[in-house]
Write a protein that binds this ligand. Structure first.
Ligand SMILES: [Fe+2]
Ligand SMILES: [Fe+2]
Length: 317
């Protein structure tokens, strides 16, 4: 039997499981909650206290787990008393699960569907709610660990940010889902980049040598290429992956586009902003300052002004 991890934050009390749930011990998996029972909020708290982040299901129960998540999502949507913390940890947990899959098995339909579902979950959890976004962006232990862990956290953050900012900018639900899906994948080209190019994901590219830089600058194209022959991948999502490092007036890469659509601009801006924070360690204020001064011309003035206002609202939330 093979076991797959599921994040504790995605399990909701009072929704009965349609599969068995296990805890991992040093040498075996132990049945923890039986099919038909639910997880009690007390035991959830206890596990959280013990720093248990993941429980396990049998891999043949993956689809049942996805349907269970849909039920949890509905229940959060129907519950006017659902707390900000609950919505944020459920949304980010589902997105983190998807982000793991996207990086582990980038070219599979299964990962793609998971990313789409996660994006849809985020669209619903974040709807008109800056507090949920704020809680997701400041969640504990994000990006601790390896560089790959950092990239996965960056994917979840960029996705959440792009969805909520996209909503703020007036985009519709389908566009928000596409933005969120693309953001989960946007840096997937990292896995196909040479070691010297990979280093530049985590440091300023200014002053980098030519070889590293040219390897790094191909990552959006490599990412899009990993999915482009897949019948399940949406055109819009592919385009957003390819253009996520583009800026106005030829200031970005790899195509040096002159103009961007609103969606491309929102995606690029949100990926840029979160890269500076999650991968390069800047503060939100520093990045905002930089965007308004150094990045002048990289994005339209209108979009930057709105982004500034949006971030101010987020800070006050
Ligand atoms: Fe990138
Ligand atoms: Fe990125």
């Amino acid at each position: 039997m093979k076991y797959v991890p599921v994040r504790l934050t995605t399990l909701k009390s009072q929704i009965p499981f349609t599969f068995d749930v296990y805890v991992k011990l040093p040498h075996k998996y132990l049945l923890y909650v039986r099919n038909g029972d639910d997880i009690e909020s007390e035991s959830k708290k206890r596990l959280k206290k013990k720093k248990v982040k993941k429980l396990y299901i049998e891999d043949s129960d993956e689809e049942a787990y996805q349907q269970y998540l849909d039920k949890c999502l509905e229940s959060y949507m129907d519950d006017p008393n659902a707390s900000v913390d609950d919505k944020a940890s459920f949304g980010s947990g589902v997105a983190e699960n998807a982000s793991d899959d996207v990086y582990d098995k980038p070219q599979t339909e299964e990962s793609y569907n998971k990313a789409k579902r996660a994006s849809n979950t985020l669209v619903k959890m974040l709807s008109s709610n800056d507090e949920v976004l704020k809680t997701i962006l400041s969640r504990a232990e994000q990006g601790e660990g390896t560089n790959l862990d950092k990239l996965k956290a960056h994917a979840v953050n960029s996705s959440s940010l792009a969805i909520r900012f996209g909503e703020y900018m007036g985009l519709g639900a389908k566009q928000l889902e596409e933005l969120g899906t693309a953001a989960l994948y946007h840096d997937i080209g990292y896995t196909e980049t040479s070691e010297e190019g990979q280093k530049l994901f985590f440091q300023s590219i200014e002053g980098a040598d030519v070889a590293s830089l040219s390897a790094y600058k191909e990552h959006p194209r490599k990412g899009a290429e990993m999915l482009q022959d897949k019948p399940f991948a949406d055109e819009v999502v592919l385009d957003l992956i390819l253009t996520h490092e583009e800026k106005l007036q030829g200031g970005g890469f790899p195509q040096k586009l002159e103009k961007l659509t609103l969606m491309q601009e929102i995606h690029s801006l949100c990926c840029y902003y979160d890269r500076r924070i999650t991968l390069l360690g800047a503060t939100s204020d520093e990045v905002l300052e930089d965007i308004m001064v150094e990045q002048l011309g990289a994005y339209s003035l209108e979009t930057m002004k709105k982004f500034k206002k949006f971030l101010q609202g987020l800070k006050a939330a």
